[in-house]
Design a protein. Structure first.
Length: 422
């Protein structure tokens, strides 16, 4: 059946005249230039309506789960939103109504006097207020699979639709079917990718939470033993473990919330140098405990910018903290530096450490959620969140690293959102 339909479409295209071919070519151009599926289908229906000289056109999609058709696009000469909304509530079983018969037989059907045809679905006319006088319907099929039915209604000037109209509509239906098949394949690939990412995310989060809870159990045990024996040093040690891991849990939850949903930065006019100084000051004590010095070098050319200060602060805290951890027990240095970018309207914030560096394999995984080189000491979300926040600012991150020679993260950010550059 599929080969027969494809051959039939090819012969009909060959028989089309110059104006018809122009219509097909115009639709072909639309296929490559319009990315929004709903808009593209509306354009296809409008072309079908106009080239067949019809008053209206509609596209019904097939729901294989319920074996029903439902209106997806309905266009008259004036596209009434309320009418379209009412029609979209109507669902038609295969074999029911003219569209249902076409879906069942996979063959075109032309009706000259629809009002006297018992197969006409009069509920659609009642809901829309439209009176169907003549109707031409063709199936949309790809690879033997029914995708929907394309209809045009009421031939202008009276009478019925012609054989030429049927040929044209059949070719247009084939183009619409190709669009729908590609959209369905893409949607399925996205769904599978999301399911895979969700599974990996749940596994990563569970592993991370398990590590934190194990540490909390250990801290609670030490604290309990210290209280029982009146040993203040054990109490202090147990309490410190509890505080540190409750902080990790809090950071994990905040990072998961940030990572899991799209957000727009809350822009403010920010003194970039002051923000960098404040972040460096906030981490001085914790860095000093690891024998790490935090230095700040500010460019006079980088002053105010429109940024989300809270988002950028989290990015810098993540990067400086990672840099301090990378220095290891021997200690080292983390430098926070601002630089005017060679790219117009952009500046850079560079975070460089004197730590252990990273292999090319590790660098490729830096933006992946729940990837960590710190074992139970990290959540694996800090860098993933940092990459996400910088992307949301319209920026990007470059990493320069070599094993044994330290790492530099370069945040490339616009001075203002893109729409303000004009």
């Amino acid at each position: 059946m599929t080969e027969a339909l494809d051959n039939r479409n090819g012969s009909r295209l060959a028989a089309a005249d110059g104006s018809d071919v122009e219509t097909f070519l115009r639709i072909e151009r639309f296929l490559g230039s319009i990315s929004d599926l709903d808009h593209l289908l509306e354009v296809i229906i409008a072309e079908a309506r106009d080239v067949t000289l019809a008053d209206a056109g509609s596209l019904l999609l097939y729901d294989a789960a319920t074996d029903e058709l439902y209106f997806d696009v309905a266009l008259g000469r004036a596209e009434e939103t309320d009418v379209q909304r009412m029609l979209k509530r109507i669902r038609v079983k295969r074999g029911e109504g003219i569209a249902g018969v076409v879906a069942q037989t996979l063959a075109p059907l032309s009706i000259r006097d629809a009002q006297h045809d018992p197969r006409l679905l009069k509920l659609a006319d009642k809901q829309s207020g439209f009176v169907t006088e003549s109707l031409l319907a063709v199936p949309m099929v790809r690879g033997g699979k029914l995708l929907g039915v394309l209809e045009v209604l009421n031939k202008r000037g009276g009478g019925g639709f012609t054989e030429r109209d049927e040929k044209i509509l059949t070719v247009i239906a084939a183009q619409a079917a190709l669009v729908l098949e590609n959209a369905q394949l893409y949607a399925e690939s996205v769904r599978q990718a999301r399911l895979s990412a969700l599974g990996q995310g749940i596994a990563g989060a569970a592993h991370c939470i398990k590590n934190i809870l194990n540490a909390i159990d250990g801290g609670a045990f030490i604290l309990e033993r210290g209280v029982g024996k009146g040993e203040l040093d054990r109490i202090a040690k147990g309490w410190e473990i509890l505080k540190r891991n409750m902080g990790l849990m809090r950071s994990l939850v905040l990072d998961m919330l940030t990572y899991s949903k799209d957000r727009q930065p809350e822009y403010e006019t920010v003194d970039v140098g002051e923000l960098c100084q404040a972040v460096a000051q906030a981490v001085q004590d914790s860095a000093a405990q690891k024998q790490v010095t935090v230095k700040v070098e500010l460019s006079e050319q980088v002053r105010e910018a429109r940024l989300d200060p809270n988002g950028l602060r989290r990015c810098l805290l993540n990067l400086i903290g990672n840099g301090a951890d990378a220095c290891g027990e021997k200690g080292g240095e983390v430098t926070l530096r601002t630089v005017l970018s060679s790219r117009e309207h952009f500046f850079e914030i560079r975070v460089k450490d004197s730590g252990c560096g990273m292999s090319p394999e590790v660098q490729k995984k830096l933006s992946q959620a729940f990837f960590s080189t710190k074992g139970s000491k990290g959540t694996g979300l800090g860098l993933a969140v940092t990459y996400k926040l910088i992307r949301e600012h319209g920026g990007e991150i470059e990493v320069q690293s070599q094993e044994g020679s330290g790492t530099e993260f370069i945040l490339k950010l616009p001075f203002a959102p893109k729409e303000m550059h004009g």
